[in-house]
Design a protein around this ligand. Structure first.
Ligand SMILES: [Zn+2]
Length: 279
């Protein structure tokens, strides 16, 4: 693969009892960081994978029904922790972000889209179609806050289905196909359905030749794919398709066994991010 520099950031976190997201977990409240990645592509420029939260989340959840979202997942974000401010401190202006690859449309993944006026968006069309017309209670139930999506989103989006469809190398078995989104073997999108329709996982290689598979919310904690542990039934109410969720989680479990050197990174696993020293 074409190596790309990658740097990880955390834009806010939410809290939940661990036992909800993983059967057998502790009932104490745990923090779930909202991680996003900055990728510097040698030709395409600065690219984000998701954005985490931003202050806009709080504005969008002031009144019902959206307020229910903030009540179910209490969100913490300090001033200056929004993605654009963090990137500026790192030396990247918000206007320099060329693309944002969206894993799925939950608020903790698209909270900062408004902060990047020049970015084109990349996602599976199936993911956008599943939420784009949802409003009110139906939107909240799907974890979707329409006000987080820029008005001109339809003009700025590139659907991953329209990019180059490829066979994955055998070391990604049991995943078979993906999309080489820039047709240069740098960033490979793989569909990880279940948690949300058309959820997008991203394969990349960093400049130290370490391969990553960023899997968004295909599971919340690394132990879940390592040991194939499912969430509590109550957490699955929020899933687009719980059977697909189980199938995807099982495939990740097998992938991890086949390819233990691959860094499989769930967005919200505080332990694995700390362990890899990435945040
Ligand atoms: Zn999430």
């Amino acid at each position: 693969m074409l190596p790309v520099p990658v740097k990880f950031f955390q834009a806010g976190y939410c809290t939940h009892p661990e036992a909800i997201v993983m059967r057998g977990g502790k009932w104490k409240i745990a923090n779930f960081p909202a991680i996003f990645a900055l990728i510097i592509h040698p030709q395409q420029g600065a690219i984000l994978y998701d954005t985490g939260y931003s202050q806009r989340f709080f504005e969008e959840t002031r009144t019902f029904p959206n307020r229910l979202y903030a009540m179910i997942t209490p969100v913490y974000l300090q001033p200056g922790e929004n993605p654009a401010s963090q990137l500026e401190k790192y030396g990247i202006k918000p206007t320099e972000i060329k693309y944002i690859i969206i894993s799925h449309f939950h608020a903790d993944h698209v909270g900062g889209l408004w902060e990047f006026p020049n970015a084109q968006f990349m996602c599976f069309q199936s993911a956008y179609n599943a939420v784009k017309n949802l409003r009110g209670w139906n939107a909240v139930k799907a974890g979707f806050l329409p006000g987080l999506i820029p008005d001109n989103f339809p003009e700025r989006v590139i659907y991953v289905e329209d990019t180059k469809n490829i066979q994955l190398p055998p070391d990604f078995s049991p995943f078979i196909t993906g999309f080489d989104i820039f047709a240069d073997n740098s960033l490979i999108a793989v569909e990880l359905p279940g948690h949300a329709t058309g959820q997008l996982g991203l394969i990349l290689t960093d400049t130290h030749h370490q391969k990553y598979f960023l899997i968004a919310d295909a599971c919340w904690l690394s132990r879940a794919y390592q040991e194939f542990i499912q969430p509590q039934k109550i957490a699955t109410i929020l899933f687009a398709d719980s059977q697909q969720y189980t199938d995807t989680l099982y495939k990740l479990h097998i992938l991890h066994q086949n390819n233990p050197h691959l860094k499989i990174m769930p967005t919200h696993c505080a332990e694995s991010w700390k362990q890899f020293g990435l945040i």
